[in-house]
Write a protein that binds this ligand. Sequence first.
Ligand SMILES: Nc1nc2c(c(=O)[nH]1)N=C([C@H](O)[C@H](O)COP(=O)(O)OP(=O)(O)OP(=O)(O)O)CN2
Length: 165
Amino acid sequence: MSSLTTIEVNKEDMKFSAAHFTIFSATERERLHGHNFRVSLSISSPANRNGLAFSYKILKDKIRALCDELDEYTLLPAHSPYLKIVTTEHHHEASMNGETLVFLRSDCKLLPIPNTTVEAFAAYLLDRFLHDDDFVQRHDLASVEMKVSSGPGQWGSCAWQQAAQ
Ligand SMILES: Nc1nc2c(c(=O)[nH]1)N=C([C@H](O)[C@H](O)COP(=O)(O)OP(=O)(O)OP(=O)(O)O)CN2
C-alpha cells in the first residue's frame, strides 16, 4: 500500500477582506459586517521516488489570484433560497423578509453560492481550483481540501477525493 504525502499552503497573504452577512433562515440574517478571511489549501498525492509531489509555488499563485478576485468587495450569494437580488444599471437590490439592501454594483461580487459562509466560500474556491485549469488532470492527486476561516479558531472546508481506481 503506497503512502500519501500532503502539501499545505496557508500563507498570511492568502486572504481576502470582504463584507457579508450570513443568512440563517427566511427571516433571520446578520447585519452587514466584514472579516479578513484566510484561505488554506491542502493536496495529498502518492509518495514518489523523486520525493517531490509538485512545486507548491503554483498553488500559492493560484490561491492569491483567487483571493484577489474577492478582496475588498461586499460578497452576495446569488443562489440563496431566501435572498432575492434584482440588478439594475448601477445597483444590486437584495431583498429578504420585507427589507431591501441596496449596494453599488461596483462594490459587490455576486458569487454562485447559497450563502456567504466559510463553508460555502470553501466549496466555491475548491470548484474554481479544480476547474479553472487542468492542474488536477496533470498530476496524480489523491485529495484536495480547501479551507476558509472568518477568524482565529473557526474554519469551514470542502474536499475533493480522487475516485477509487
Ligand atoms: N456554519 C457557519 N456559521 C457561521 C458562519 C459561517 O460562515 N458558517 N459565520 C458567522 C458570521 O459570519 C460571524 O461573523 C462569525 O461568527 P462569530 O461566531 O460571531 O465569530 P467572530 O469572528 O465574531 O468571533 P468570536 O470572537 O468568536 O465572536 C456566524 N456563523
